[in-house]
Write a protein that binds this ligand. Structure first.
Ligand code: ZN
Length: 242
């Protein structure tokens, strides 16, 4: 089975459309999404509807939960811009997209692959960005997919030793030996210094993963963010991928 894996779309329609056009050439059997369809960006309903229609697996992320949570509890740990965007998203979500997001879980298993929006210990909130947190999540299954950090990663455990790290666009990783934790990177708000939209092709039969990056119309998303009245810093960061 060939699977296209996406994560952290964050209501960036231009980035999502560019990724979907790019992955078509690989003709994947399935599309899996690791969560955070909304939050930060200006097109939450469009992005949610597209993923709802296309994805075989879709997780809920912390920003999706914040978009649904009008009590504000899920926003408590957010910085000022993220909290403002969450309140904007709460008002923008329409009934069908709200219902779809509310039906999702933050973790799943398919074809022997474990998936978490964040980590195995805390599927909603814990960032996997160092070897200690990676080791705890690598214990969940021989192959684990996570999102949440917006940083494309390929981390492995071989004979008790954890190694690996950033996975730039074009990186091809054999998964033939050891346990693996992969983060496809973010579609709609990359934070690894490469502003291009990220996605991952997983060839489960061949045990190979290939990290992809694709250009999209950043300026158009930036204009939409400003026009929507969202914090301008959320537009600025897209140009540099931080
Ligand atoms: Zn996210």
């Amino acid at each position: 089975m060939r699977v296209a894996v996406i994560s952290d779309i964050h209501a960036n329609l231009q980035a999502l459309e560019a990724v979907l056009a790019d992955l078509e050439a690989s003709d994947p059997d399935e599309l899996w999404c690791l969560g955070d369809l909304v939050g930060y960006g200006p097109r939450p309903n469009e992005c949610t509807r597209i993923v709802a229609e296309r994805a075989s697996v879709c997780l809920i992320g912390n920003h999706d939960l914040a978009g649904l949570d009008e009590t504000g509890a899920a926003v408590a740990d957010f910085n000022v811009d993220a909290a403002a965007a969450a309140r904007w998203t709460q008002a923008a979500l329409e009934r069908d997209t709200r219902e779809f997001l509310a039906s999702l879980e933050p973790q799943a298993e398919r074809g022997g692959v474990a998936m978490f929006h964040a980590s195995a210990r805390d599927p909603v909130w814990e960032y996997v960005l160092d070897y200690d947190t990676a080791a705890a999540t690598l214990a969940a299954a021989p192959l684990v997919l996570v999102g949440h950090s917006h940083v494309a990663l390929a981390i492995t455990e071989q004979r008790g030793t954890v190694s690996g790290g950033l996975a730039p666009g074009g990186h091809e990783q054999s998964l033939a030996e050891g346990r693996w934790l992969l983060n496809p990177g973010s579609v709609g708000q990359p934070r690894d210094g490469d502003p291009r939209a990220a996605w991952l092709l997983l060839e489960l039969d061949k045990r190979v993963a290939r990290f992809h990056r694709v250009e999209y119309e950043v300026e158009r998303t930036q204009e939409e963010i400003r026009a929507a009245g969202l914090p301008h810093a959320l537009a600025d960061r897209l140009a540099v991928g931080v």
